[in-house]
Ligand binder design. Structure first.
Ligand SMILES: [Fe+2]
Ligand SMILES: [Fe+2]
Length: 392
């Protein structure tokens, strides 16, 4: 079993240097988790000298020129509202006569009664990650050339972002209500965690640069697709087919979103191969930060590490998934075959295409070290301070 959480693979620290014309990467500027200050609110300030607006202004024209393409190739990946599932499709129907409604709630509680506490830790962590959606919409609207300039801009980029957000909004709503009705979790602590997290924000190092932003979102959507897919499988295995269907349905949304974002990066590779390749290398060198890395419940300053360790142990999202995602994207984008690169672009290509085996090797070593560790119990406020064994 691995000790290093998916968000703390020591990959960049131990890899041979790949240097872009950029300031020191994120990992050097961040305190190790154990030194993280107590308040998650203070955490973003730790990233000093953050580079901003790193896309040269003339490249805004790239995104302007791709508006017609985006309308034809990205917007169709949204689903019309009336064809979309809604949380109510999966939840007890409160308009039923009282007794029938209670019967549906009782059935839900019976199904969730057999799920282990550690499963709830992961499901709650996933729900909290979804619920911090205002942060993600804000993040995308920091990106030059694609941001929603008015709040109701008609540009296809802004139209995508608003409607992507609207689709995503159902994920947290559904998981939250299901968890609430299960009676298995401490909603007060969960709600506090969400409030802290939205207040803390996130800083994935995308530098207002849509090249970096779309690499990040491609990776992240796939990560959530994997994570929700695995929570679905576990729910099915543990006897809650409705929860399995919920997580599987959310996963299929994430897959569609992944297709949209990775299609954008694919197009950037076509129109600006060196720019896109450098962006992919830059994000991979920084390491893809998980969106909820600043989560805090008012009690555990290492809450995200502990949540990640449980997710890793249950096989919901592991360090190997990180390497798998990278390999899938390399394959999908045909990165090994991209031509027309400058010298710097070729160096970036070599770096990215050789990265996954190196990540796996580092992980194997971490696994070896982990075998010598004894598990210790960590209390999670989300499940009434019950202890879950983790290795870290
Ligand atoms: Fe989502
Ligand atoms: Fe998503």
């Amino acid at each position: 079993m691995q000790t290093l959480t998916s968000n703390h693979i020591p990959l960049t620290r131990n890899l041979p240097p790949f240097r872009l014309n950029s300031p020191p990467p994120l990992y050097r500027l961040r305190f190790p988790p154990s030194l993280h200050p107590i308040s998650a609110i203070a955490a973003p300030a730790l990233v000093k000298n953050r580079r901003m607006h790193s896309m040269p202004p003339e490249k805004i024209d790239v995104f302007k020129s791709l508006e017609g393409w985006a309308s034809q190739n990205v917007l169709p990946l949204l689903k019309p509202v009336n064809d979309c599932w809604q949380p109510q499709d999966f939840l007890p129907d409160s308009t039923l006569p009282y007794g029938e409604f209670l019967e549906e709630v009782r059935a839900l509680r019976e199904r969730t009664a057999e799920l282990p506490d550690e499963y709830f830790v992961v499901l709650v962590g996933d729900m909290i990650t979804e619920d911090a959606l205002p942060t993600y919409q804000t993040m995308i609207n920091t990106l030059d050339g694609v941001k929603d300039e008015t709040g109701a801009s008609r540009s296809p980029w802004a139209t995508w972002t608003r409607n992507w957000t609207a689709e995503e909004n159902r994920h947290g709503d559904l998981l939250r209500t299901y968890l609430y009705l299960s009676g298995r979790v401490d909603m007060m602590m969960i709600e506090r965690t969400v409030q802290y997290l939205i207040g803390a924000g996130m800083d994935p190092g995308t530098e207002n640069n849509p090249y970096l932003g779309f690499v990040y979102t491609s990776f992240q959507e796939r990560a959530t697709f994997i994570s929700h897919g695995n929570t679905a499988r576990l729910a099915k295995h543990r006897g809650d087919p409705v929860l399995a269907r919920i997580c599987g349905t959310i996963a299929s949304d994430e897959k569609r979103h992944e297709n949209a974002y990775s299609r954008i990066v694919q197009k950037l590779l076509e129109v600006d191969p060196t720019g896109a390749m450098l962006a992919i290398a830059d994000m991979m060198q920084k390491k893809i930060t998980m969106p909820a890395h600043l989560m805090y419940d008012g009690q555990d300053p290492r809450l995200f590490d502990h949540f990640s360790a449980v997710a890793q142990r249950l096989g919901i999202y592991t360090a190997n998934d990180y390497a798998d995602i990278l390999e899938v994207l390399i394959e999908r984008w045909g990165l090994e075959k991209v031509e027309g690169l400058t010298g710097e672009g070729r160096r970036a290509q070599d770096f990215v295409c050789g990265l996954a085996p190196r990540i796996r090797k580092l992980q194997e070593r971490a696994d070896e070290r982990a075998k010598k560790l004894k598990p210790h119990g960590v209390k999670f406020s989300w499940i009434f301070n019950k202890e879950i064994p983790i290795l870290s």
